[in-house]
Design a protein around this ligand. Structure first.
Ligand code: NAD
Ligand code: TDX
Length: 334
């Protein structure tokens, strides 16, 4: 089977490529990636002889049309993915997440190619901390940020292309991923690499916001489950019952790195900061039989810390610039 992976040089897409090569050796993979700041082509360097990396933009109609014509399946990970960046300048989010998805949909429509759309639980907005509810496939869309609203818009484009044009698509909305190869602008790798660099971790607001953590390999195994067995036109929520508040995450990282658990700073809150995300993945588990493998968040976090400690060359060259960018907006509050 020939697979076109968009965004395959980014965090989840690269993990998808590596895991697919390891677990489904007969798959032929081509990656389409613009190689933005978020990509690290070094991630794919060890498999360069088995994966063709095409440097290009998902909004490039002619390129996308040619690549889609030559594939059996598109798995669409490419996106502008960081909420903080979307608050500073939303323009690339609108172009890549909306126009890019539209461009792919038109190509899969023309060439009648199977399409899987990677999305996020953030399309549903947030939940209260004291709420017991969780997101399901029928929760109303209510995105908060430029990032999540463009992801929500891209999901709706997919639904419309399924219904109006019969495109053979599935959608998955996953909770927060952690694991190796995640850009150090994101919460967990930022704090791990802060501690490894002698910098105090930074918690937004009161640190009580809750995210529902899933290991990236569990996410990607669920994606293959949906591609293999999911119903066309259907949406599946992916989550591993991993709700943890941000302060606990930081304290656990500090503890696992033998630091005092109070050696962190509170900083300015993110505008519009979503309070809590929580996924009910019953449909995926009961209909398609998927279950997560990483059931112990602390153990998964320890393995992720070990990966960043053992791969300084992957992240150290950009660390100072990432922190300098944060320093332009962030102020220590406590
Ligand atoms: P990432 O930012 O690490 O990687 C995104 C990749 O897309 C990069 O390699 C980048 O170069 C590429 N890209 C960006 N714009 C492009 C364009 N115009 N054309 C071609 N390539 C382009 O993101 P990630 O965390 O790996 O997220 C991947 C997908 O998963 C996204 O669609 C995101 O919305 C979704 N998602 C992420 C999470 C999470 O926790 N990170 C959770 C749920 C869903
Ligand atoms: O330094 C920080 N301190 C902090 O307290 C950073 C970078 C973040 N945070 C908080 C904000 C969030 O409550 O940590 C939580 C996680 O932040 P991010 O890593 O920026 O993730 P989030 O905004 O939750 O979005 C992520 O999950 C859903 C991904 O970036 C999205 O692409 C995905 O859709």
């Amino acid at each position: 089977m020939r697979v076109l992976v968009t965004g395959g040089a980014g965090f989840i897409g690269a993990n998808f490529v590596l895991r697919t090569l390891a677990t489904r050796p007969n798959t032929s993979i081509r990656v389409l990636d613009k190689l933005t700041y978020a990509a690290n082509p070094d991630t794919l360097a060890p498999v360069a002889d088995r994966v063709e990396l095409v440097e290009g933009d998902i909004t490039d109609t002619a390129l996308v049309d040619r690549l889609v014509a030559e594939t059996d399946l598109v798995v669409h990970f490419a996106a502008e993915s960081h909420n903080d960046n979307s608050l500073a300048d939303p323009s690339a989010f609108v172009t890549t997440n909306l126009v890019g998805t539209y461009t792919l949909l038109e190509a899969v429509r023309t060439h009648q190619v199977r399409y899987h759309h990677i999305s996020t639980d953030e399309v549903y907005g947030d939940l209260d901390l004291d709420d017991t509810a969780r997101f399901t496939e029928t929760t109303a869309y209510n995105p908060s940020s430029p990032y999540s609203s463009t992801k929500a818009g891209s999901d709706l484009l997919v639904r419309a292309w399924v219904r109006s044009f019969g495109v053979a698509a599935t959608i998955s909305n996953c909770s927060n991923n952690y694991g190796p190869y995640q850009h150090i602008e994101k919460f967990i790798p930022r704090q791990i690499t802060n501690v490894l660099s002698g910098v105090r971790p930074k918690l937004y607001g009161d640190g009580r916001n809750i995210r529902d953590w899933i290991h990236v390999d569990d996410h990607n195994d669920a994606v293959w489950t949906i591609i293999d067995r999911g119903r066309i036109g259907e949406t599946y929520l992916i989550g591993a019952d991993g709700e943890v508040d941000n302060r606990t995450v930081v304290e656990t990282i500090l503890e696992l790195l033998d630091q005092p658990t109070d050696a962190f700073d509170f900083v300015t809150d993110r505008p519009g900061h979503d309070r809590r995300y929580a996924i009910d993945s019953t449909r995926l588990r009961t209909e398609l039989g998927w279950t997560p493998s990483y059931l112990d968040f602390r153990a998964g976090l320890a393995a992720t810390i070990a990966w960043y400690r053992d791969h300084p060359a992957w992240w150290q060259p950009i660390k100072e610039a990432v922190e300098q960018k944060y320093a332009t907006t962030e102020r220590v509050t406590g």
